[in-house]
Ligand binder design. Sequence first.
Ligand SMILES: Nc1ncnc2c1ncn2[C@@H]1O[C@H](COP(=O)(O)OP(=O)(O)OP(=O)(O)O)[C@@H](O)[C@H]1O
Ligand SMILES: O=P(O)(O)OC[C@H]1O[C@H](OP(=O)(O)OP(=O)(O)O)[C@H](O)[C@@H]1O
Length: 207
Amino acid sequence: METIKMAIAKGRLAKYSIELLEGIGIDCQVLKEDNRKLIFSLASHNIEVILLKAADVPTYVEHGAVDMGIVGKDVLMEQEKQLYEVVDLKFGNCKFSVAGKPSNANGKKHLRVATKYPNVTKKYFTEKGQSVEIIRQEGSVELAPLMGLSDVIVDIVETGKTLKENGLVVLEDIASISARLVLNKVSFKTKKKEISPIIDLITEKVN
Ligand SMILES: Nc1ncnc2c1ncn2[C@@H]1O[C@H](COP(=O)(O)OP(=O)(O)OP(=O)(O)O)[C@@H](O)[C@H]1O
Ligand SMILES: O=P(O)(O)OC[C@H]1O[C@H](OP(=O)(O)OP(=O)(O)O)[C@H](O)[C@@H]1O
């Protein structure tokens, strides 16, 4: 049996990803130990797990550095990498929205939009025929309209708390987001025997 290499996003999705693997009978105790290791061998199932930044998961999967990965749909939409998206894991639920001050800039000919997701933003407004200037941010995107840097933002909304506490409102919803199981296209063929049972168990577990 060949080893299956799996990438899991650190951060918000890690805990749920580990719970999912445990839910299908894979012992993940080593992943819960408080250390700085990044590669973990789940020997009982011949699986190697690597932990990395969410935004790097599709790169590892596309290049075949790992066979499969767990990552948010937001990251997949932004990056549009060549990989197979096989299961909606139904955790990490949130959405992409356009948000701004209640007295928003709708109707403006040219909209300034602050975001961590320039590609998603560009695609959305292009499809609407709205001309935009995209102002790339690394975080705390909600600040931009408050400080006059942008007219609106495109960001992730989960509970809506961040928007509310900063006096912003959702103006338009763009897409629903949840975590996805993704596969390298070559591994799907060459390691089908090892990968298929895991996909089946995960599919059964989340549905
Ligand atoms: N409220 C939320 N804000 C951001 N991401 C969320 C939220 N709820 C669920 N998610 C999901 O969790 C993933 C982000 O988790 P993580 O904590 O790694 O994010 P991050 O803040 O983008 O990380 P980083 O610090 O690496 O920039 C997203 O890709 C998304 O799919
Ligand atoms: O609707 P809510 O439940 O309030 O969640 C949404 C917020 O969470 C994320 O920010 P994050 O915590 O990742 O910080 P960031 O601003 O540094 O991106 C996102 O960018 C929103 O700001």
